[in-house]
Design a protein around this ligand. Structure first.
Ligand code: COA
Length: 322
């Protein structure tokens, strides 16, 4: 049987940085409020002519520096994004053309902040069923484009960026399990309630903005992340102390610490990048993974528990050996 294994990681952050102090000049907020409620100190924001595909492309080049794959080796591209460059073709197809890859399947996945987990689940299944050998699995966002920068309740939370993992067929896992969930009953708690077939004029005039009931999202996120992490551990008959690293979606430090506490995972084993990146939606998990790989914390053979949560609501987990 084939499994999939991560052979390389990469990430890219736009050069523009907006600190909490910068935001305090734009809306009625303060560094202390933002930092104490969310753990965020700064976020990277794409330049006005920089797109989601631009960020994804740079993340792939960073992964290529590993020397472990060439673009021509890739036979599947899955991009998780909520902020695609165009209505169509998909960001994955635009990226495929730029990388000079021909004829591989390439498509986008939309599960907001849980998108990367959906993408890795799909790519893992392609590889396990011998439909692909080497996949680019990308989370990339220019979330700043769907934020109302005059709304202090949302604009302090989000940022832009991209991260990628390269999955390759392997005789041993790799990815041991993935679990995905969604519950559309919560669709109105976190949304951009306009799109192509509904109130498209708001998209055209640039007022398609994220709306959120923060307190409700917070409570449900903690419960769902705990539940899906427990499912991952049980499916693998793994004890909590077998987990070397937990990589949660980076939405809020208080959500991360509450989930870790409920699971009994000490914070020294939790990768936290939200202070530097903010919530980059589908990009947050691969950005955090690549950060910890590059700074030497995550090493080959480590056991990693990944969990994510996003609009929909959608949520999921992955349990893997790096
Ligand atoms: N600066 C200063 N004050 C702010 C503010 C800001 N940026 N944003 C909101 N406030 C105010 C509110 O207006 C409210 O004032 P009031 O009491 O006078 O009405 C007060 O702060 C408390 O607001 P509240 O929403 O209760 O704060 P909170 O402790 O719930 O924190 C969030 C707000 C958004 C940080 C928190 O709910 C959260 O992180 N939720 C999850 C969001 C999330 O992760 N979304 C993405 C999921 S993928």
């Amino acid at each position: 049987m084939s499994f999939s294994k991560i052979i390389a990681t990469g990430s890219y952050l736009p050069t523009g940085v907006v600190t909490n102090y910068d935001l305090a000049k734009m809306v009625d907020t303060s560094h202390d409020w933002i930092y104490s409620r969310t753990g965020i100190e700064q976020r990277h924001i794409a330049h006005s002519d920089e797109t989601t595909c631009d960020l994804a492309e740079q993340a792939v080049y960073a992964a290529m520096e590993s020397g472990r794959f060439d673009a021509t080796d890739i036979d599947l591209i899955v991009v998780a994004t909520t902020t695609a460059d165009q209505v169509f073709p998909s960001t994955a197809c635009i990226l495929q053309e730029r990388l000079g890859i021909r004829n591989s399947p390439a498509f986008d996945v939309q599960a907001v902040c849980a998108g990367f987990l959906y993408a890795i689940d799909i790519a893992d299944k392609f590889i396990r069923t011998n439909c692909a050998n080497r996949a680019l699995v990308i989370g990339a966002e220019t979330f700043s484009r769907i934020i109302d920068w005059t709304d202090r309740t949302t604009c302090v939370l989000f940022g832009d960026g991209a991260g990628v993992v390269v999955l390759e067929a392997s005789g041993t896992p790799g990815i041991h399990s993935t679990h995905l969930r969604a519950n559309g009953a919560y669709k109105d708690l976190l949304s951009v309630p306009v799109g192509v077939s509904r109130n498209f004029d708001q998209v055209i005039n640039g007022s398609a903005y994220t709306q959120m009931q923060g307190g409700e999202v917070f409570k449900i996120a903690v419960k769902c992340m705990e539940q899906i992490a427990v499912e991952a551990l049980e499916a693998n008959e793994a004890a909590v102390d077998q987990v070397d690293w937990m990589i949660p979606h980076q939405a809020n430090t208080r959500i991360i610490t509450a989930t870790a506490k409920r699971l009994g995972i000490p914070m020294e084993k939790v990768i936290v990048t939200i202070n530097q990146h903010g919530n980059t939606s589908a990009a947050s998990i691969p950005l955090a993974l690549d950060t910890a790989v590059r700074d030497g914390r995550i090493k080959t053979g480590d056991t990693i528990l990944i969990e994510g949560f996003g609009g929909g609501f959608t949520w999921g987990s992955a349990f893997l050996t790096f």
